[in-house]
Design a binder for this molecule. Structure first.
Ligand code: CA
Length: 331
């Protein structure tokens, strides 16, 4: 039997964001190898304001010769629960490195809003496109509010978000993507019963080390993409150490990239079926994600939650694909 090599159609909903950019680099490699088809990128307000996430996504797509992929601008978020994460990712979302890349040709003011772009693409190809959501869920929720049921037209929805049996990263209880806009998260989590969730419980295990970066550099030491990747990794490493995210290990966490392992390297993951609920009201617990792990009859489950990752296996796949990307990109 001939293996199914039809590229996986993706929309990436993202708020670059350093680890978002490494996820986007991984997608670029998979696109160039014929495994993925990037239908659109819908940027979101989150790590930094919407104009900066839009600019960062466009610059990274240009860097990988994917400037023809449509990019949406993040919907407005009037009632933010938390400030952004520019202290981690730099004011431009990419470690102040935006100045090292060419200015983009796209206009933020003229770009379609991300919820409109999601609706357009999902209606064009119902059941065919997988949404990889690695940002606060503002855009997905806005699309669902405008067109109830629209999210069921996605083939699957894969989300980086939440913290279940460990502490959060913006409060003791809450993870950033959910805490930034808990009402949006609640709407998305109520939209279908087969969401795929990657919480901090598993993503915190993924320290992208200097050793991994060095192996990539050796493939094409002088390449523009290699140099950018190396400088971004160094920036993220320093801010991760400062904020004690890696237990002192010299590296940074690639939370967002794990969503792609599910699609392309599923042997590295294990899941639990669960009902995930979002706390939208608590004074100290707003944005918390909850699963009732007790052995008792449950309400209908709505998600597959990642509970285990083969860390060396994951990095083997990511490393080889990033080596391929820097090796084939012509500078
Ligand atoms: Ca992100």
């Amino acid at each position: 039997m001939t293996p199914d090599r039809t590229p996986v159609k993706l929309i990436l909903d993202t708020d670059p964001g350093g680890d978002d950019i490494f996820a986007l680099f991984w997608i670029q490699s998979l696109v160039k190898q014929g495994f993925a088809d990037l239908v659109a990128v819908t940027t979101a307000e989150g790590n930094v304001p919407a104009e900066y996430t839009f600019n960062a996504a466009c610059q990274i797509l240009d860097l990988g010769d994917l400037e023809n992929v449509p990019v949406g601008r993040g919907v407005d978020v009037p009632f933010k629960q938390f400030s952004d994460a520019s202290h981690i990712h730099g004011p431009d979302g990419m470690g102040n490195l935006s100045r090292t890349l060419p200015e983009i040709g796209q206009s933020f003011a003229d770009a379609p809003f991300s919820d409109e772009l999601l609706i357009e693409k999902l209606e064009e190809q119902p059941g065919a496109i997988t949404i990889v959501a690695i940002a606060p869920l503002n855009n997905l929720a806005a699309a669902e509010a405008k067109k109830p049921g629209i999210l069921t037209l996605a083939r699957e929805i894969i989300i980086m978000g939440g913290a279940f049996q460990i502490q959060g990263n913006v409060t003791p209880c809450a993870e950033f993507n959910i805490a930034f806009n808990p009402q949006a998260a609640e709407r998305v989590f109520d939209s279908r019963n087969d969401l795929v969730i990657f919480p901090l419980d598993v993503t915190r295990q993924l320290v992208f080390t200097r050793n991994i970066m060095e192996q990539i550099v050796q493939v094409n030491p002088q390449g523009q993409l290699t140099q950018f990747m190396k400088e971004l990794a160094e920036f993220l490493t320093q801010s991760s150490l400062q904020y004690r995210e890696t237990k002192g290990e010299y590296g940074f966490l690639v939370h967002d990239a794990l969503t792609l392992a599910y699609l392309f390297y599923p042997e590295t993951l294990r899941f639990s079926r669960a009902r995930v609920s979002i706390e939208t009201k608590g004074e100290f617990t707003k944005g918390q994600t909850l699963i009732d792990w007790r052995h008792s009859p449950k309400e209908t489950a709505n998600a597959w939650v990642a509970v285990d990752v083969d860390v060396p296996g994951f990095f083997t796949c990511l490393l080889e694909d990033l080596k391929t990307l820097v090796g084939i990109t012509i500078d």
